[in-house]
Design a protein around this ligand. Structure first.
Ligand code: TYD
Length: 209
């Protein structure tokens, strides 16, 4: 495909939303042809699946159902939005992608990487990311910095031990897949944003300025 597929990953409280806003402003300023989208969601059907997954009332949802719903939302979003944009030569910036499923459902829920990879075969084989940025801050530090959670959905209700397992999952994925590039988030928001931009320049995704 002609475009470039950039995915952004991180644990709860890693500052991902803030960094994506800052990146988006910078891409706008540089006149880059891009779309910013997110998972789960990013298209009408996928957003409706998202609402089911995150609904705090769905306490009976089993882990396999959760993993399959994320995978279902992903394929729909890919076919409806991501692949057409890549074919049109755009930069696609996606807030979370298949590594979230590998870290959250595969490692932290304990379903295993093999099972989660198998139900995400379309994403992994037909549309792997060109580059994945991992906002590298352990959730215990992020939670301190954030002074508590600001959401009450099914995933955020899970507590720190779960989110620490997610973090370990990401570290294992990073050791395995060279496309996953860590971003040190220990500095200010502006410093992290600059680090992200420098990585994109060094990989030739955007031109230096
Ligand atoms: P969201 O509000 O987008 O959270 P965040 O701001 O942390 O990205 O909610 C998405 C939640 O879904 C988040 O807790 C991570 C989780 N998730 C998975 O468990 N598996 C997945 O495959 C994806 C895409 C997200």
């Amino acid at each position: 495909m002609k475009g470039f597929f950039l995915t952004v990953e991180g644990c709860e409280g890693s500052g991902k939303s803030t960094q994506l806003k800052l990146l988006s402003a910078r891409l706008d300023g540089a006149g880059i042809d891009y779309i910013l989208t997110r998972e789960p969601g990013g298209s009408d059907i996928a957003e409706r699946i998202r609402a089911i997954i995150l609904d705090g009332k769905n306490t009976a949802m089993c882990d396999e159902c959760e993993a399959l719903l994320y995978a279902a939302a992903r394929v729909q979003h890919l076919k409806e939005k991501v692949i057409p944009a890549l074919e049109a030569g755009k930069l696609v910036v996606c807030d979370r992608y298949v590594d979230s499923s590998l870290a959250y459902q595969g490692y932290a829920r304990g379903l295993g990487e093999e099972y989660v990879a198998s139900i995400n075969a379309f994403a992994l084989k037909e549309c792997p990311p060109d580059l994945t940025l991992f906002l590298n801050i352990p959730p215990d530090r992020a939670f301190e910095r954030k002074h508590g959670a600001d959401r009450d959905d099914r995933m955020e209700q899970l507590g720190l031990p779960f989110h620490m397992r997610v973090y370990e999952g990401y570290l294992a994925l990073m050791a395995k897949y060279p496309r996953i590039c860590p971003v040190d988030c220990s500095g200010s928001k502006a410093q992290t944003s600059q680090k992200i931009w420098d990585i994109l320049v060094s990989r030739g995704v955007v031109k230096g300025q």
